[in-house]
Design a binder for this molecule. Structure first.
Ligand code: A2P
Length: 276
């Protein structure tokens, strides 16, 4: 089955369904990535903060899947923001991953009170101009942070990876993305496996399509046009979450799931006030 991809604003293509690895420990990362690649995933998402880049690199290496067929994302941690620090952090991530480039490098959080994300962004632009990274973007940026990058550098991020699930749909931010050709990527797409997957309205849609609640939710992400990166360390659920390319939600399902939005439904930190 051909995998859906989405064009980025720099001409690259990103697979729409990827594999998340937040909270995947270093010891299990290689096995999880091997299982994901065997299941068919071709986008692997990590971050220096996750502490598992070495295991992720090992999983990629032993998988036998050619490097050029895998889209690898990693992220710059907050403590390494700044122009020179970012260039150094990128090299360190590559060493841990045992790769000579990543497909997408993201600033993990804006940390607006530290005022360093603009310098970090300029370093990402340098890496991109030198051909050392394929695409560059950000994560957890709000509209004013994105606007600041555009005003000061004129370089539009290819991706903004944000918390997004049916209980927290981020419509105003996504409208800004659409206006500026920024691809939306959803983290914690399953609402971290919590109440969302037990929601009777989600379960009803899942039953109708003979799918699980997680599969119905992931299909909603794909049908909404975003890139999504469900996380699991369980081989069965890794396969389950990839097995969503053979059905589509109907308009009634989409209206219902769109209706679950709650602007206060954020599970993770608020990027405006986060301090870590
Ligand atoms: P596990 O890793 O043990 O499978 P999110 O991607 O929204 O952050 O969700 C990740 C959480 O949801 C993890 O706790 C993960 O647990 C759990 N999870 C992942 N896939 C499924 C699934 N198909 N059904 C139920 N829970 C899942």
């Amino acid at each position: 089955m051909t995998q859906p991809t989405i064009p980025l604003n720099d001409g690259a293509q990103i697979p729409q369904l990827g594999f998340g690895t937040w909270q995947t420990p270093e010891e299990t990362a290689a096995a999880a990535v091997s299982a994901a690649l065997a299941a068919g995933y071709r986008l692997i998402d990590t971050a220096s903060f996750y502490g598992n880049e070495t295991g992720i690199g090992k999983g990629i290496l032993v998988s036998g899947v050619p490097r050029e067929e895998i889209f690898v994302t990693t992220k710059l941690w907050n403590s390494q923001q700044g122009y020179d620090e970012t260039l150094r952090a990128y090299d360190e991530s590559l060493q841990r991953l045992r790769l000579d480039y990543v497909d997408l490098y993201l600033i993990h959080w804006p940390m607006p009170h530290r005022s360093r994300y603009l310098d970090s962004w300029r370093a990402l632009v340098t890496l991109k101009n030198k051909g050392r990274v394929r695409s560059i973007g950000v994560s957890n940026f709000q509209v004013p942070h994105l606007q600041h990058l555009l005003d000061e550098t004129g370089v539009v991020p290819s991706v903004n990876q944000i918390e997004l699930h049916p209980y927290f749909q981020q419509r105003p931010l996504r409208a800004f993305h659409a206006q500026h050709e920024i691809v939306t990527e959803s983290w914690s797409p399953l609402g971290q496996g919590g109440a969302l997957l037990r929601d009777e309205r989600v379960l009803r849609i899942a039953r109708k399509h003979r799918k699980t609640a997680a599969q119905a939710v992931l299909r909603w992400h794909l049908d909404s046009g975003v890139v999504t990166i469900p996380k699991s360390v369980n081989p069965e659920r890794i396969r389950e979450n990839f097995n969503v390319l053979d059905f589509r939600l109907d308009s009634e399902d989409i209206v219902l799931l769109d209706g679950l939005d709650n602007p206060k439904g954020r599970i993770g930190p608020d990027p405006d006030t986060a301090d870590f």
